[in-house]
Design a protein around this ligand. Structure first.
Ligand code: 4AD
Length: 467
């Protein structure tokens, strides 16, 4: 019996066109014999018919499948994998343009719905599904997130391509601590060949905290470069906006004249990526804006309405000190801005993204350009703060003057390690600058997601490295 069924199936499949659910819903192959593969999102056996919804991840919408009652099978459960062959036809229901009239429904993979951690028609919280990293892509909300993430990635690349940037694959393993914050994961080999203590690279090697210094190398030849890849920080934080592994978009631009050359690119990238995602992932973004953070769409629209305000760090400190808010952390000139300060500043500026420029020199890493102003000594650095998240981008003009850079590196005892970096200032140095944007924080901002762990496929943070 099985063998006859298999032969029949093989025969039928030969003559049917394989379609993605999104293609079927768009009306491709209407009236034709097609084959759709996916996972059951709902199942309703009735007296005369069986109704299924099948989803293959190509769209938020599932395809309705209607078959005769003889196609019912106890193995057809919520979560099971199926292959359906039949005719695609117009549906009598206005909210569902097409349906698949099934001739055959084959259960490819069973799913025990009693043990399956997701239940039909139940809306599971992000906190609940986060505990199931190997299964959460089976939920509507997380598959929407992953489609938005993928589309936003495409949009970032296309922004840089259309603005003359060259993509550079910066290394994951590096010997520098670009940010100088000591938040490094050290890399050492393990395994039977390495039982004795060895220093594989002959120098201490780490997972990258930023591709900036490698981009600076390349900007000395290509003028406009960017990278987009995994970045690692050994931050012992359980906060809702920190990960141990996150994705960072970084750009470096040569022949800059002022911070405005950077803010233009930061704002341009934010706008064009967001407009692209809103246009190309309307259903998926809509799911977040309707069910996860109702009302967030208005906030995103407001972000895109006007150009982003720019204030200096000194102005920001004045604003904080004039406010009647009771901040936990100090707001004296020279203090680092904390999340509570960033939130207040964003609200103060109208709940839109805001640039803060010219931070105290001592707060910024060795590469930041000295503004040489007195008595309030600042660096030409800029952060972009956004609603709901706080710091989204961090950037600066880089110190391109050899004597100043050398003096700063000497001060922190890094002159020898960074002799190659000083060479960049010796041979054809130009004013330049760049920035980095946390990709997960960007997704949090446009989707209104509270916890960063809910916008990355496999979150890594202190005390957690599941899968
Ligand atoms: O401000 P950061 O540390 O800047 C740099 O690394 C520069 N070297 C970038 C450059 O100029 N090329 O990090 C940039 C952004 C932050 O604004 C934040 O959005 C994100 O990276 N970020 C994190 N995102 C998630 N988890 C963490 N632990 C993060 N640390 C930074």
């Amino acid at each position: 019996y099985r063998s006859i069924c298999q032969s029949l199936r093989h025969y039928c499949n030969q003559s049917s066109t394989k379609l993605r659910v999104s293609e079927a819903l768009a009306g491709a192959e209407l009236g034709k014999n097609v084959r759709v593969q996916g996972w059951v999102r709902s199942v309703r056996p009735q007296k005369k018919n069986i109704f299924l919804h099948v989803n293959d991840g190509s769209s938020l919408q599932s395809l309705q499948v209607v078959g005769g009652a003889e196609l019912s099978d106890p193995l057809l459960t919520f979560g099971s994998a199926v292959e359906v062959t039949g005719t695609l036809r117009k549906s009598p229901h206005p909210q569902q343009p097409v349906e698949l009239g099934a001739d055959q429904i084959h259960v490819v993979g069973e799913c025990n719905s009693v043990d399956f951690p997701f239940k039909i028609k139940e809306r599971h919280s992000l906190e609940y599904i986060r505990q199931l990293p190997h299964l959460r892509c089976r939920t509507n909300v997380f598959s929407s997130l992953l489609r938005v993430r993928s589309e936003a990635t495409t949009a970032v690349h296309s922004y840089f391509k259309s603005n003359g940037f060259l993509q550079i694959h910066t290394p994951t393993i590096t010997s520098n601590d670009c940010e100088g914050a000591g938040e490094l994961f050290q890399v050492e080999p393990s395994g039977p060949d390495f039982e004795e203590e060895v220093n594989f690279f002959s120098v201490p090697a780490f997972l990258t905290v930023s591709g900036q210094l490698h981009l600076e190398v390349m900007s000395g030849s290509f003028s406009r470069v960017y990278t987009f890849g995994p970045t690692f920080r050994a931050e012992n934080s359980q906060s809702r906006r920190h990960l141990a592994e996150f994705f960072m978009v970084e750009a470096e631009i040569s022949f800059t004249q002022s911070l405005e050359d950077l803010t233009k690119v930061m704002e341009g990238m934010f706008r064009s990526t967001t407009e692209h995602v809103l246009a190309h992932c309307a259903d998926d973004v809509g799911l977040f804006h309707k069910h996860v953070t109702p009302g967030h769409r208005d906030r995103v629209d407001a972000m895109l309405k006007q150009s982003f305000p720019v204030i200096t760090y000194s102005e920001a400190i004045d604003i904080l000190n004039r406010s009647s808010e009771n901040f936990t952390f100090p707001t004296d000139w020279g203090c680092d801005l904390k999340t509570e300060h960033e939130k207040y500043l964003v609200k103060h500026c109208g709940d839109v993204p805001v640039f803060i420029t010219d931070y105290p020199y001592d707060l910024k890493p060795f590469y930041a350009r000295d503004n040489q102003d007195q008595p309030k000594h600042t660096a030409a650095a800029v952060d972009l703060l956004v609603p709901g998240v706080g710091e989204l981008c961090g950037g600066s003009l880089r110190e391109e003057r050899l004597s100043l850079l050398k003096a700063r590196l000497e001060d922190v005892g890094l002159e020898e390690i960074y002799s190659w970096y000083l060479d960049l200032r010796r041979f054809g140095s130009v004013p330049h600058g760049g920035f980095g944007m946390g990709f997960e924080r960007y997704l949090q901002c446009i989707l209104g997601v509270n916890n960063i762990k809910d916008v990355i496929p496999f979150p890594r943070f202190s005390h957690s490295c599941l899968l």
